[in-house]
Structures are given as C-alpha cells and as structure tokens.
Design a protein. Structure first.
Lengths: 107, 993
C-alpha cells in the first residue's frame, strides 16, 4: 500500500485515498494523426522494471491530479509534481539519474 | 498419559479453575492455560485426526507453529473451525470438538486411508481422477468435496463484532521476547514513537522459560522491569495478543489483535485489525524449532523439545512419566533438565552427533541421564500414543540396537528464524551453513518509499540463538549505543544438520517420516515428486501440498526443501524457499470485514423522497449506491402488474418519476463551450441560453460512454445531465482533461447532483398538473419542447426542463433538495383528480424502449459507437475534434459490417430473451455457429400488447422486414422480424403538444 505526497495539499496520502491513472507524459493524438501515432497514444504503454512516471489523482483528498516518479521494482518514490508539467522537473530527473545511473530518461 | 504436575507453572493460576469440554466430555483447566495445556493437563493427548490418512494426532508444539491441534470452538453464532489449541486461551465454558473423523475421534472409519497410504502418494489427486471423464463429475468430485477441507463451516450468523483501528509509529517492534523488549527500549530512549506488539498474552518469549540470566538476574525480572519502564514512557505503545499478520509496501503493517477471544461475549469487539504505518519495522519474531524426520514422528506424544519445556515450565504439564529426547543440538538438553527438575524421568538423550561434549550435555550427564551419541530413532512404537522408541545408529539404515519404553518423545532438529515479516515485502534470505538455517540477508533488506531498508531483524529472527548475541543484536537494531545489559546462558556446541533419521533409512521408514503433519506429506512424497521431475520448490509444494495447510509449513518447510535438495543432488540454497505470504497465522474473516457488514457495508445514497417511497410500496432496485423504486406496489399487487399499471397511467394520464439521482454537472467559464465541444460528439457551444440539447460522450477509443441532456443556463454556464451511475465518473473524466491536458482553459466544474431534487412529470395531463400548481407559464407557446424555464412553482423555486424520456408530454422539475419532498407532495395532491401515480425505473425503461431511445448499459457495452446506434444526427460533422473522433475514423469503426441498432418483433408476439443471439449460416474457425446479431433490450409492452425488443444486427437497418432466428436456452428457436426501433408515436407528436 503506497504512500505518495500530494504536491497540491502537501499531505502524505495513502493509496486508499488515491486513484491511479496510468502512464504520464503521453502526447494526445487526435484527428489528422497517423494510425501509428494514434495506436501509440491510445494503446502502447511502457512497462519498465524500474523508473516509471505515472498519473495519480488525490481522489478522496483535494481531487487534484498529480504525477509521480516511482520504481516499479522496489516501489521507491523519487518524487511527485503537479500534473501541469510538460516534463518532469529537472532536479527530479537529476535525482533519479544519481540513484539509477543506467536510467535512460523519461521519454 | 499426560498430566498436571502438583506444583509449578509460571502462567497458571491454580486458584482459578476453569471448566471446559472436549467432544462433550467435561474437563478442567486453570486461568492462564491455553486449550493445548488444558487438554494435556487433563490427560487428553489424542486431539484430532490428520487430513489425508486420518492418523491419530496429538499436540506437537506450544505456539503458532502447531500443525495438529486444530478444533472447532464454540457453538452457533460463536462457532469457529480450525482454532489452534496452542494459541487459544482457555476460558470458562469453552466447548471444543476435534476434526477430521467419523464417527468418533477414537474410532475413525476414514483411518482406512492410512492402511492404503501407498495408494495415496504425492500428486495422488492429479494422477488418479483422470479417467473415465464422466466419473469426475458424478463420482470423484462429490466424494472429494465431502472429504476435503479442514473442519466444519459455521452456519449461524457471527454474533461478535469486529473493528479496524489506525496508528502511526516511527518504529514498530514485532515480538515481545527479550530481543523485542531490548530493541523497543533502545528506540524509545531515542524519543521515537514506538509500538511493541506480541502475539501471545505474555512477554519474555523463550528466555524466561530457558533460564537465561540478564543483567545479573533472572530473565523474568529483567522482562518485568523493562515492561514497567516502557509502560511509563509516553512515546511507547505496548500491545499483547497482537500478531503482525503482514508487512506491505511503504511500511504498512497489518496487526491482528485478539481483544476478546478469551472473554467471549463481554461486549468488546472480538478482534481488532490494526493498520499501522511504520517508519521502520524491527522483526524480533524469534525462531521456530524444527522437528526431526524419523519414522513415526507424528504419533501423539512426539513433540518439539521446546514445547515439552514450555508445557512443563509454563503450565506445569507433564507430557508423560518418561520422555526420550532426540536431538542434533545442545538446546534440547534444556528440556531434559526441565523434565528432571519437575521430577520426571528422562530414559535417554539420543543425539545424532558423534560427540556431545558441550556444557549442556555435561549437565545432563551429571544428573545421571544416558546420552547416546551418534544414535537416532529408527521408529516410534504406538499408534494413538507413544509407547517406546527403537534406537539405531544415525549413520546406518535403522537396525534396532535397543528399545526404550517411554510415553513421550521430545525432538529437536535445530531452529529456523521466523523470517516471514522480513520476506513479505521483498527481503531476501541467505543460507547459513554452520547453523543450517535461512536467515535475513542484511544487504538485501526490504526497502521503503525512500529506497532505504525499512526492516531490521533482531535476535533469533536474525539467526542469533544464544542469549548474549540476541541482546546485543536487538540493542543495536533499536538504535542503542554502547553496551546493552549482558545476558548469560549455557554456551552451546555446534549443531549437526539432520534431514532424515537415520540418514540411510530405506523406503519403508521414509514412508512413515512426516514432514508436514497437517497435510500428511512424508519424506517419500517429496522424494517421489523429485523423481517425477518436480525441480522447483514452488511446484513441489503445490504437487505434494507440503506447507499448504493452515500452518503454512512453519515447522515443515525447511525440512521439506532440504529433502528435496538432497533428492535433486543440489545444495539447499540452490533450491531456495517458497514465498512467504501474509498473513503469518490465519486471521478471522470478521476482522477483515471489520464494521463493514449489514446496513453499513457500503453507504446508501437517498434522494429527498426516499422515505416517502419506502412507506409507499417501493420495490427497490440498486443503482450505483442509490436505491431507486423499480415500481410502487399497491396492496396485493405483483411487480409485473404494478409496472404495467404505472405505464398505462403515464400514457393515459400523468405519472411522477423521482429523477433526483440523475447526474448534474455544472460547467462554467470563458472556455466552457469549447470544452464541452471536445467532450460531447455534438456542438454544445452553439446551444442558445434557455435551450436543452441531447448529447453523447465517447471515450478516446470512440466507444459510447454516457449520454444526457445539456441545458445552457447562461452565457458561460452549462448544466450537463449524466446517467445515474455516471455522475462521479463523468465528473472525474472532465477534471482529468481539464487538469492534465487543457490546463490553460478557463473552466470550472462542479458536481451538483445532490443539490437538487428532480421530478419528471410525464403524461397527457402533465401540463394541466403544472398549471394547477401555478407560477410558471407552461403553455406550448411560452415554453416549447427542449427548452427550460426558471421561476416559482407552487411557491417553490424551480427550474423546469421540457424534455421527455417517455415520449409523452413531459416536464422535469428541479428544486433545491430541501424542497424535493414538498414538491413531490404538492404534485401528488394537485394531481389526484388528474389520475397521477408515482412510477418506477422499470416503467421508465419500458416506455423509453417503446420510443426506441437507447439506454447506456443496455444498448452500449463498451464496444458500441454512436454510429452503431444510428445516432449520426448527434455527431457533429463540423467539429475538427472531439474525444473519440480520431478513434471512430479507424477502418474497423467505419466498416459497414458492424452490428447496428434495429427494432425486433417476435412473430408470435412473445418476449425475446434479453441477450439472445441471432444465428447466421455456417460456422467459424472454432466450429461455433456464426452470429449476426443480439438482443440488447427486450420487454412486454403493455401499450402495444406484445413483446418489443431492440438489438444490434449486422447490416440491420438495411434489412427491414427480414426474419432472424434466436435459439434459446431450452433448445427452442424464437423467430423475430427486423423493424423500426421506434414502436410508439413514430413522429414524436405526443411529446411536442
């Protein structure tokens, strides 16, 4: 049962008050996109054993969506940050790189 | 016979005798007894039959690891099967009954299985019941079902209550032995919030039984003083009778407190399930003694050496006048000393080691006991009770050297650290060759949210078996500095790993060496599994059922995997252990359910008119967390008749539907119109203020997700109605897109579902009814179809939507929730002379089907796009984008082969079975009959006097008039014609009058 800190209300929230929302930083492909782009947007998901960026909603708290960087193997949480982010904060990326030198980046 | 000694017993209070019963026979124990010590004290050695062979079994252990002593406890609403004798405290009037036998414990017909044991080898189920195939269903399965399973299922409703509790701690120390106490003290002295939990009612663990000295005094005194110190510290919580069931991610620890098992019916909750969030966990969970595998090691009277010691010292119970000790280590000699101190006889200590030269063997020899070095037990004699043992060379094959008469055997095969908590969350183990044990690998501890280790093992749980090592390790685990109170005990010489005894035993002996007594798994079964190719310990476990019973192999697993390793000719660490999973010992279903039972199992959402419905014959239907009236039953009326009466009333007069549960989402802001254009398939930004529009919402995968009427309330505000079950989901869906994708759009949303009570007034008399209430002009000219008006109706502030889901003239009136019941009552009063009736969801469903309106969840199932339902008119061609648009452009979605909505009418007027499939010619690649459509909604229409249905059919709308075959469950075929799905008032004249 994970605990994640909600970056909006600052509380350490337990998994029971959170709702998981799958992989973060997906680019939406709408009308006009190729079949390959659309397939990748809708269906293709990373499934790493290691660092993963994901969407969570503080569903039974403030109701806000936020993003979390987490290791799927050890469940270590590297950090959480607002959903209104085009990419993970630079300092978070640096922190992960320091802890996981072989990490290939969030893309 | 076992018996009660005349003096001694640390834990019993002889001034408080407690009566109890076993299989209906009245017995007596003392306050402080467990059921096991009370039964042994009363001379009851035989306590049950084994699961598979129905062999007589007695108590083997004194704690959570007990495999044999399981009974049904209590009666009626307090009956529970499989209660472990060794961990259940005796209380006055306890009624216990043994399990797995018929007709009686002493004489059991099923014991024939024991004679036939060679026909029931490992994997017996998988091998035997293959052929003939029909026999499985009619012969094997019924017999197996009757004889499988441990104990009897309770039949009465549980009379007790249970609860959850939550707590947080910097450090949770699990285990109240000297290691746990020392670790908790060290952590508490640093100012940490500390929880110390112990599964038994008593503190001190083994040290207080084994005569350890701490800080120059008896361990008992140090334990008492330390408890006092901890008890006075505000940052420390002590909980006995509390077992750490499992450790989960990020320090989430589930602890099971047996609050009132020993005081049943005293009003307290029986069990409490603690959900602890621990900064770190110190596992001071001790170690469990291993049995030795010799023939007949399951005969009642054969016990673990430590258990014999516990019964003598803690409960003043003699296991028998003469106890033979068999061991591969020095610790078991403590049992000999305890027995001698109690005035009992130890005919011999049989030690598998070639030389037993340590201090403890010396002390035993000094008391005149024979120590037989390099020897083993060839077999135990006796069936319902030990009568003696045959001594052999451990190095040999089991030739009897001498027979020793005795009533009990105390065995010790060494100790296994309790590594369950360490392992639950990914902690790894290493094999300690010298001590023949798996112990926690400090370099591979389970880690927490910060990536740092979150568990430390302390004391025996970490592999330290000698008292001074235990104290030192625990003190450091707790974070203590400097030296800790010194502990002194007799030094122990190295042990000798012994996995079967004698080491060269042949097949006959191996087939009587029990590894897992609860599941009747023998050395021969594991060896057979290995010969048959089972190399993985996880596979062998499942094939032989080793370690799969309620004790989860606490005493059997290490011996089992050692035997498997030997059979596979590989070292033990190469075999590894099976996975340790929570709970450590079984926890009650009551504790898992907690308070969530009966009326508070889940919250019930009530509309403002709920109570009125309840008192007026509502036949309830659950819809999400709401209850909605399916129909309103009049006195003596059946459900079917009530539904049809309600429909006729609406069609001919006027009806009221409580529509308060409909989702109501307010969407507001400068970008609200643009946002709704993305959410709905049609245009909402162009909707004029004052008007309503029906809209569809799709997922990004193109499938229809929800529908409802949208009203534009002002220049920047829209009110979106959703389905009853969809309100929260669609609100979340809106927030997801606003927060995560279009976060620069200026839009607010609010779920106002419960702010309003809403009533649909439908039927030809609807307008007359509203006119009687007065306040708002509801004429056709002033208030056209698909518009809304605000004002005061019957003195109540109201917003009225002129929309229809029944096909009749209809107004949906929304008022503040607090005014809902008042409005409902005013409508009923004023409508009395107009023939008004309340109607329920089923009448609503049938009337919408008569009109060919779709229902989310009937016509849609997550694979249906709006185009399938001929809803092209509600899909904007002008918009460049909306959620689902790209998906609907995929070739499969645009295919003319998709099944599309039609009406279906049976040739004989009967009702088509809901969900029935229409068959086509030929069969598919799997040899199944081809399908060409299915029924999505089907009812008897009282309005039309015949069955009507909707369905999805390949090329459906192009095949009007064709007849399809629908085979039904009973082999008959129902024939139905494809027709227009609008059965009633095709031109929509009635709703627009």
């Amino acid at each position: 049962m994970l605990t994640l800190e909600c970056p909006y209300c600052g509380v350490k929230a337990e998994e029971t008050e959170l709702a998981a929302g799958g992989e973060a930083h997906l680019k939406r492909h709408g009308p006009g996109s190729s079949d390959e782009e659309f397939e990748s947007y809708l269906f293709l998901r990373k499934n790493p054993k290691g660092v993963h960026f994901e969407r969570w909603r503080h569903a039974y708290g403030c109701g806000k969506w936020f993003l979390a960087a987490r290791c799927t193997a050890t469940l270590e949480v590297f950090g959480t940050y607002p959903a209104q982010s085009k990419e993970p904060p630079a300092e978070l990326q640096a922190k992960i790189k320091a802890k996981r030198p072989n990490w290939e980046g969030y893309k | 016979m076992s018996t009660r000694l005349s003096k001694g017993g640390r834990l019993i209070d002889r001034t408080k005798p407690l009566p109890f019963s076993f299989n209906g026979r009245g017995l007596q124990g003392y306050q402080g007894d467990t059921l096991a010590s009370a039964l042994l004290g009363a001379g009851q050695v035989l306590v049950g039959r084994s699961f598979k062979y129905h062999r007589p079994r007695g108590v083997m252990a004194s704690g959570a690891e007990e495999p044999n002593g399981l009974v049904g406890l209590g009666q009626g609403g307090r009956f529970e099967p499989n209660q472990r004798l060794t961990t259940t405290e005796l209380f006055a009037g306890a009624e216990t009954a043994s399990q797995n036998h018929w007709p009686s414990l002493e004489f059991d017909v099923g014991a024939i299985n024991n004679r036939l044991a060679r026909f029931f080898p490992g994997g017996f189920y998988y091998k035997t019941f293959m052929y003939p195939r029909a026999a499985w269903k009619h012969l094997f399965e019924p017999v197996i079902r009757r004889s499988a399973g441990l104990g009897r299922v309770p039949e009465a409703r549980d009379e007790d209550r249970y609860e959850y509790a939550y707590a947080f701690a910097d450090t949770v120390v699990v285990g109240g032995g000297i290691a746990g106490l020392a670790a908790a003290l060290a952590a508490a002295e640093k100012g940490e919030r500390v929880w110390l939990i112990e599964q038994t009612p008593h503190w001190g663990g083994r040290a207080v039984v084994d005569g350890v000295q701490i800080a120059g005094d008896e361990a008992e005194i140090w334990v008492k003083n330390t408890l006092q110190t901890l008890g006075k510290m505000k940052n420390v919580t002590l909980r006995s009778r509390t077992m750490a069931a499992g450790l989960y991610d990020h320090g989430y620890l589930l602890a099971y407190e047996r609050v009132a098992d020993h005081t049943p019916g005293d009003g307290r909750p029986r069990h409490r399930l603690w959900r602890l969030r621990a900064g770190r966990v110190i596992a001071a969970t001790g170690a469990i003694e291993r049995p030795l595998s010799f023939a007949g090691n399951d005969v009642p009277g054969v016990m673990l050496a430590s258990a014999v010691r516990d019964y003598v010292v803690n409960w003043a119970v003699s296991p028998g006048d003469r106890t033979v000790i068999v061991t591969n280590n020095d610790d078991a000699y403590r049992t000999a000393l305890a027995l001698l101190d109690a005035g009992l006889s130890v005919p011999a200590v049989i030690d598998a080691r070639p030389v037993a030269g340590g201090a403890l063997p010396a002390a035993v020899r000094a008391r005149g006991v024979r120590v037989l070095e390099g020897k083993g037990i060839a077999k135990v004699s006796g069936s319902k009770r030990v009568t003696g043992v045959s001594v052999c060379e451990h190095a040999g094959e089991g030739t009897e050297l001498e027979a020793i008469a005795c009533e009990a055997v105390a065995m010790s095969g060494g100790w296994s650290p309790v590594v369950h908590l360490w392992s639950h969350c990914g902690g790894k183990l290493l094999w300690d060759e010298a001590r023949a044990m798996f112990r926690p690998d400090p370099d591979r501890a389970p880690t927490g949210a910060d990536g740092a280790p979150m568990v430390r093992a302390a004391g025996a749980a970490n592999g330290w078996l000698e008292a001074h090592e235990v104290m030192d390790c625990a003190h450091r685990a707790g974070g203590g500095k400097g030296s800790c109170p010194g502990a002194v005990a007799e030094e122990e010489a190295p042990m000798l790993p012994v996995w079967i005894m004698p080491q060269g035993a042949g097949p006959a002996l191996r087939a009587k060496m029990f590894l897992d007594p609860q599941n009747d798994v023998k050395v021969s079964d594991v060896q057979l599994a290995a010969r048959e190719g089972y190399e993985s310990v996880e596979h062998t476990k499942r094939y032989t059922t080793l370690g799969m019973a309620t004790d989860q192999g606490k005493i059997s697993n290490i011996n089992g995997l050692a035997v498997l390793s030997d059979a596979l000719h590989q070292p033990i660490p190469a075999t590894g252990t099976t996975t340790f999973r929570p709970p450590y010992t079984p926890i009650s279903f009551g504790a898992i359910a907690g308070e969530a039972r009966g009326a508070i199992f889940q919250p019930l959402r009530r509309t403002p008119m709920h109570d009125w419905h309840e008192t007026h014959g509502a036949h309830w239907e659950p819809v999400g967390q709401w209850r909605r009236p399916y129909c309103f039953l009049r006195h003596g009326e059946g459900v079917h008749d009530a539904v049809h009466r309600e429909i006729r009333s609406v069609r001919n007069a006027v009806g009221l539907l409580d529509a308060s549960t409909l989702g109501k989402l307010l969407v507001k802001g400068p970008d609200a119109g643009r946002f709704l254009d993305m959410l709905y398939t049609n245009m909402m930004s162009t909707l004029p203020v004052g008007k309503c529009r029906y809209g569809l919402m799709c997922t990004e995968n193109g499938f229809l997700s929800d529908d409802g009427v949208v009203a534009r309330l002002s220049e920047d505000t829209w009110l979106c109605h959703t389905t009853t079950g969809g309100a929260e989901r669609i609100h979340g869906w809106m927030e997801d897109w606003l927060q995560c994708e279009w976060w620069d759009w200026k839009v607010y949303t609010a779920n106002v579902t419960e702010e309003y009570a809403q009533v649909a007034v439908a039927g030809p008399n609807a307008r007359k009814l509203l006119e009687k209430l007065g306040g708002i002009d509801v004429s056709k000219e002033a208030f056209p179809f698909m518009e809304w008006r605000e004002g005061t109706l019957a003195g109540i502030r109201a917003r009225i939507y002129r929309i229809s889901f029944s096909g009749e003239l209809s107004y949906e009136i929304a008022v503040p929730a607090s005014e809902g019941l008042a409005l409902w009552n005013r409508l009923l009063e004023a409508g009395a002379e107009l023939g008004v009736v309340p109607y329920g969801t089923e009448a609503m469903h049938i009337m919408r089907a008569e009109k060919g309106f779709i229902m989310i969840g009937d016509e849609t199932d997550g694979t249906v796009i709006p185009q399938d339902l001929n809803l092209h008119w509600a899909i904007s061609k002008k918009k460049t984008d909306y959620l689902g648009k790209r998906a609907q452009e995929r070739s499969f979605m645009a295919s003319p082969e998709r099944w599309r909505l039609v009406g279906l009418e049976t040739l004989d007027g009967s009702v088509l079975p809901d969900g029935a499939y229409a068959v086509a010619e030929g069969s598919n690649a799997n040899g199944q009959r081809n399908m060409q459509g299915r029924v999505t909604s089907s009812y008897h229409s009282p309005t039309l006097g015949k069955g009507i249905a909707m369905g999805l059919v390949r090329h459906g709308p192009e095949r009007m008039g064709e007849v399809l075959d629908f085979p039904t469950d009973n082999g008959k075929v129902v024939r139905a014609r494809i027709v227009d799905p609008v059965f009633y008032d095709k031109d929509g004249e009635k709703q627009d009058v």
